[in-house]
Design a protein around this ligand. Structure first.
Ligand SMILES: Cc1ncc(COP(=O)(O)O)c(C=O)c1O
Length: 333
């Protein structure tokens, strides 16, 4: 895959580690060997997956002459935190539209990412009700800022367009290069599937490197069929952008939706168990909304015998731990 065709800012400082998780593997039994790709350790304030996507999105903003970034997310959005962080590093203004997906969930004085938005000097935060047309809201903000003489650039929610998803095709290539160097044969990759850029990027990257390693997504909000279609559409767009000759087959896009619980960001018992188990066995901090639910899926699939005994499974840790501090009561019960 040729990433030099696209504008890119250098936000990474080398590959993120791939580590074995022997204690967690033993705790789960079943003879599956679990590994973790530590994208929670990516650079950017408090780390996480959006740094890879923003290398491409913010570079595109800069080549388009922007001086201001507008993006959107939920009230505890990691994507908003990292967009604010990289905008600050680039000397650009950042404006956020925050969607209150759970009624009453926005609190100005909240901890976690919400606190970090302020610290990272976000210029304005506009809170809108759940279900709002976020692109329309961002366009309104862009008009307002343009009228003030600014040059705004809109990054969609989760930076999950074909530009942002390039970051995860690049991550798949990075992962394969590491695995080849380590001589580690991975049989299956498990990723969180939210706004879909991470999942789509990994699927396309595995196709582009001819790795033949299946990637499963664990949903954090939508039903299986809806999410698979979103991931597949983005994967096709991304593959075309990269000029990948091999088609991504619809059957390669697989999502599990049974770990969502009552809905996006609403805690589940299995998420709480997963966060506690990763912390006490591997000293790895997950988050309540994405990596925690994805890890709950991973744990359940291991327990169900979904992966063959003796197989090696790689979990992509996409970060998000600052949100833990907005959910402390959930874990202290
Ligand atoms: C910590 C974390 N993990 C996973 C995801 C999901 O990634 P994607 O939106 O690319 O599907 C997000 C999205 O915001 C996130 O913040």
């Amino acid at each position: 895959m040729n990433f030099t065709q696209f504008p890119r800012r250098p936000y990474l400082n080398g590959p993120t580690p791939i580590e074995a998780m022997p204690a967690l593997s033993r705790a789960l039994g079943g003879g599956v060997h679990l590994y973790i790709k530590r994208d929670d350790l990516l650079p950017g304030a408090a780390g996480g997956n959006k740094t890879r996507k923003l290398e491409f999105c913010i570079a595109d903003a800069i080549v388009n002459g922007a001086d201001t970034i507008i993006t959107c997310g939920a009230v505890q959005s990691n994507h908003c935190r990292l967009t604010a962080a990289w905008s600050a590093k680039e000397g650009m203004d950042c404006h956020l539209i925050l969607e209150e997906r759970v009624e009453g969930s926005y609190k100005k004085e909240a901890s976690g990412n919400n606190f970090l938005f302020e610290l990272l000097d976000v210029k304005t935060m506009t809170v809108v009700p759940g279900g709002s047309d976020m692109m329309a809201q961002m366009n309104l903000k862009a008009e307002e800022l343009t009228a003030q003489g600014k040059k705004p650039y809109i990054i969609p929610g989760g930076a999950s367009n074909a530009i942002g998803a390039l970051g995860y095709a690049a991550c798949a290539e990075e992962t394969m290069s590491q695995l080849n160097g380590m001589g580690l044969a991975i049989d299956h990759v498990v990723v969180p599937s939210g706004s879909a850029g991470t999942h789509a990027g990994m699927v396309v990257g595995m196709t582009g490197t001819h790795a033949n390693i299946p990637v499963s997504g664990i949903n954090v909000s939508r039903p299986k069929d809806t999410q698979e279609e979103i991931v597949y559409a983005l994967a096709k767009e991304l593959a075309a952008k990269l000029g990948i000759k091999t088609d991504v087959d619809r059957s390669e896009v697989v999502c599990f939706d049974q770990y969502v619980g009552q809905g996006y960001s609403i805690p589940t018992d299995s998420m709480v168990e997963a966060v506690k188990l990763f912390a006490k066995t591997e000293a790895v901090l997950l988050d309540p909304v994405y990596s925690g639910k994805a890890a709950a899926g991973l744990i359940d699939l291991v327990r169900q015998g979904h992966f063959q005994k003796g197989s090696n499974v790689l979990f992509l840790h996409t970060g998000g731990s600052p949100a833990l501090f907005a959910y402390m009561d959930t874990f202290r019960i």
